[in-house]
Design a protein around this ligand. Structure first.
Ligand code: UDP
Length: 261
């Protein structure tokens, strides 16, 4: 199926129910071809949990034009609620699809974020993989990112696509706060994707992804993610049929949990 098929709400966040191909066809390509502006969030369980803990972040995510389900936890939660989503649409896959389309059509991309070395290598790799891609510009993510002149210098490059790799929350807030400075552009927060693209960090091998253990792979590589993983575990518990039934039996419902937060 390629068409978009209504939205699906998981813990107060409305997800676009689509496939990668369907999303490219119905949203990204028309947006680029029409020089429109579009804000895309790719949300995994960590992001959904963060929206519950940070109301301002929830507002930012809700202000996006599209929230895509980037995590098997979201897919499972939607299925459990009886409103399944078509497929997981990951940030990195969406980014690659956008780069391929940009190369085909001669659109430009700006790369904001990550450490200087990762940023530079990510751009070099993108240039090698997509030789006809126009690079509007690039900048690491450790500058004064809210400085007016800095934002203006990016807007002046008139990018068609703006990838923002500052980690969740920071990147979505940056897009929300600054996209009005731009006349056009598809904006997307891409988390650690430049690190993966540059080869500085490796994505989990396919077998880990197939067994839905990408989160465990990242935890082994970056043990400091433990707090985040605990939050994801909490999300999974609330959305795993047997466990959530037991929790409900003890009076621990999703609603009650939300009220506490
Ligand atoms: N980062 C950055 N500026 C900051 C904080 C983080 O450019 O002030 C970059 C960091 O170097 C890394 C990315 O943001 O490349 C965050 O990666 P992570 O995998 O933690 O993303 P998340 O899981 O939070 O989306």
């Amino acid at each position: 199926m390629t068409e978009q098929n209504g939205n699906v709400t998981v813990m107060g966040i409305e997800f676009t129910n689509t496939t990668l191909e369907g999303f490219m066809e119905s949203t990204v390509r028309p947006c680029l071809d029409g020089s429109e502006k579009c804000f895309i969030v790719t949300a995994n369980p960590e992001i959904v949990i963060a929206t519950r803990d940070h109301p301002d972040f929830k507002e930012t995510v809700q202000s996006a034009d599209h929230v895509l389900p980037d995590g098997i936890g979201i897919i499972n939660a939607a299925k459990m609620m009886g409103t399944p989503l078509q497929e997981r649409v990951s940030g990195i896959d969406t980014m690659r699809a956008m780069l391929a389309y940009a190369e085909e059509q001669g659109y430009s991309a700006y790369f904001l974020g990550a450490k200087e070395e990762a940023n530079r290598k990510a751009v070099e790799r993108a240039e090698r993989r997509f030789p006809k891609l126009k690079i509007a510009g690039r900048h690491h993510g450790y500058a004064d990112l809210d400085d007016e002149a800095f934002v203006e210098s990016i807007a002046a490059t008139e990018p068609d696509i703006i990838f923002v790799a500052l980690g969740m929350m920071k990147q979505e807030h940056w897009i929300r706060n600054h996209m009005d400075r731009f006349d056009k552009g598809v904006f997307m927060g891409v988390g650690g994707s430049f690190d993966v693209l540059s080869g500085e960090a490796k994505r989990a091998p396919d077998i880990w992804i197939r067994f839905q253990l990408e989160w465990l792979y990242r935890l082994i590589k970056q043990p400091k993610r433990i707090t985040r993983v605990m939050k994801v575990a909490q999300f999974m518990m609330l959305h795993t049929p047997i466990i959530s039934s037991i929790m409900r039996l003890f009076g621990y419902s999703k609603t009650r949990q939300r009220k506490k937060g």
